[in-house]
Design a protein around this ligand. Structure first.
Ligand SMILES: [Zn+2]
Length: 94
């Protein structure tokens, strides 16, 4: 469902400090979505701040997407994302 991916990308864009959502995956568990994604954050911020951003991303997605079972946000330092992450959906694919 491409629409779900668009909603996820829009939800991440609303969160200050959450950049470059990628490797987005959603799968259905029954009629609920299990969503996983990577985001990039400023490498200089604290783990506490990064956790707050990840939490805000989860809340934003829950506000935008119906029927969410769970969300797992993987936080990476900006620019540190390895090439070769070939699973899931990037923004230019939807
Ligand atoms: Zn990544």
């Amino acid at each position: 469902d491409v629409n779900v991916y668009n909603k996820i990308f829009e939800a991440v864009e609303k969160v200050p400090g959450a950049n470059n959502p990628h490797r987005v995956r959603s799968r259905m568990i029954g009629n609920l979505y299990m969503i996983t994604l990577d985001i990039e954050v400023n490498p200089q911020i604290t783990i506490t701040q990064a956790h707050e951003i990840a939490d805000a991303v989860e809340k934003s997605i829950i506000n935008s997407v119906d029927n969410v079972y769970d969300i797992l946000v993987h936080v990476e330092p900006a620019g540190g994302c390895q090439t070769g992450e070939k699973f899931g959906v990037d923004k230019d694919m939807v």
